[in-house]
Ligand binder design. Structure first.
Ligand code: CS2
Ligand code: MG
Length: 409
């Protein structure tokens, strides 16, 4: 069997998605997610202009060899664009292998280690009352673990808090990328945030009790000592994890955080290779790896990452917001079902428009996800429906401090 074609499909139901479709001479197709929020066309071009032609004629069964070929023959390695492109090829080839074997991907990865994957949902509010309502909404939807994001007194819109919608009927926190020619600017003040977050978690614990697993995303906005202070201040509220508490290009920065707090730490959604995690895992500086299959080069390297993490009792917490397409989500669910050191899965349900374009076999019920038992990934792309949602430029917001300094958003 040989690869006959590789096509890049860009569609924008609710938000922009870039998908690679590989078709074999025998007509077997495989899908891969290549969506990089706010830089989507860069990956689409990388695939269409530099990779697609290299795949034609290749044996789709040789997944690892193709991965190594794309990673090493490019000479220029790593980075979000390259790794999202390679990820799409890797996912599509695993999809084909599952369809040829007539097995769901998780069976090819060693079979199920559990009956379902615990998910967490995104609750947020500009006030405590609004936040409590959002938490109750998610509990009513079946979630058994909740990420809590809050507005900060004195600041306008901030990451993760439903404020306004860029698409009628959808919450702001649904997808932070806003359609338009320029990114919107948000104001940030870390001191105000550090004073407010512990107050919010105390109120949430008072309202919902000690058992509900609560997560919080620091979204890379603190210095190491600020992250240490917040981790310490949140200890009484027993968080499931504090995520991306400080930018981790400098992995050693987490030593200072670890030194001061026992709040579990999760990091890595912006990481692209195992080397970004090496010190963090080896030196027990984190408890969960947040890598997402689409930005980490695919199923093959993500499996290697969680196998490495398992040696240090570090668990998975795969990235799962709306800018991981249903194809990427499906791939992560298959891997998550098959690995032993599964921790938790982030899950923001795809919109109705997205689900109409990406028909998926995975299910969410009673707070747990399952990839389904369809062959391969279990996602079919409706190309005529996709064509109905042409590309519209969109950017993630960015942040400036009160004195105008650019800050991590
Ligand atoms: C976030 C993401 O879900 C998360 O944990 O950090 O929503 C992130 O902001 C987006 O993926 C950016 O595209
Ligand atoms: Mg995050």
């Amino acid at each position: 069997m040989r690869i006959a074609s590789a096509d890049v499909i860009v569609t924008s139901p609710s938000r922009i998605f870039v998908t690679l479709k590989i078709t074999t001479e025998d007509g077997v197709t495989g899908l891969g997610d290549a969506t990089l929020n706010g830089r989507e066309l860069a990956v689409a071009a990388y695939l269409a202009d530099h990779v697609a032609a290299l795949l034609v004629g290749k044996d789709p069964a040789r997944i690892e060899d193709t991965w190594q070929f794309l990673y090493r023959s490019a000479y220029w390695r790593r980075g979000p664009v390259t790794m999202a492109a390679i990820a799409a090829v890797d996912m599509a080839l695993w999809d084909i292998k599952g369809k040829v074997a007539c097995l769901p991907l998780y069976q090819l990865l060693g079979g199920a280690c559990r009956t379902g994957l615990r998910a967490y949902g995104h609750a947020s509010g500009t006030t405590l009352a609004e936040l409590f309502d959002s938490i109750r909404e998610h509990l009513a939807e079946g979630y058994t673990a909740i990420r809590v994001q809050t507005a900060v007194p004195g600041l306008g819109p901030v990451y993760g808090v439903a404020a306004g919608a860029q698409v009628p009927g959808e919450r702001y926190d649904y997808d932070p990328a806003q359609r338009g020619p320029q990114p919107s600017k948000e104001e940030w003040d870390t001191s105000a945030y550090l004073r407010h977050v512990p107050v919010v978690f105390e109120a949430v614990r008072d309202e919902f009790g000690p058992e509900l697993p609560l997560l919080h995303d620091g979204h890379h906005r603190m210095t190491p000592i600020q992250a240490a202070r917040l981790g310490r201040a949140l200890e009484p509220f027993d968080l499931f994890w504090l995520e991306d508490c400080t930018p981790a290009e400098n992995q050693d920065a987490l030593r200072l955080v670890r030194q001061h707090t026992t709040t579990p730490l999760a990091i890595g959604e912006v990481f692209n290779t195992v080397w970004d995690f090496q010190t963090l895992i080896r030196d027990q500086l984190i408890d969960y790896v947040r890598a997402g299959v689409t930005h980490f080069g695919g199923v093959s390297p993500l499996k290697k990452l969680v196998d490495y993490a398992a040696q240090y009792q570090v668990k998975s917490g795969f990235h799962g917001p709306t800018d991981i397409s249903p194809v990427g989500m499906a791939a992560q669910l298959h891997l998550g079902l098959a690995i032993h050191n599964f921790g938790i899965q982030e899950y923001m349900p795809p919109s109705a428009a997205t689900t109409a374009v990406f028909r998926h076999a995975f299910t969410f019920s009673g707070g747990y996800l399952h990839p389904g038992d369809a062959p391969g990934l279990g996602v079919e792309l409706d190309e005529p429906a996709a064509a109905g949602y042409p590309y519209e430029q969109a950017y993630l917001p960015y942040a400036r401090l009160r004195d105008g300094t650019v800050h991590d958003w």
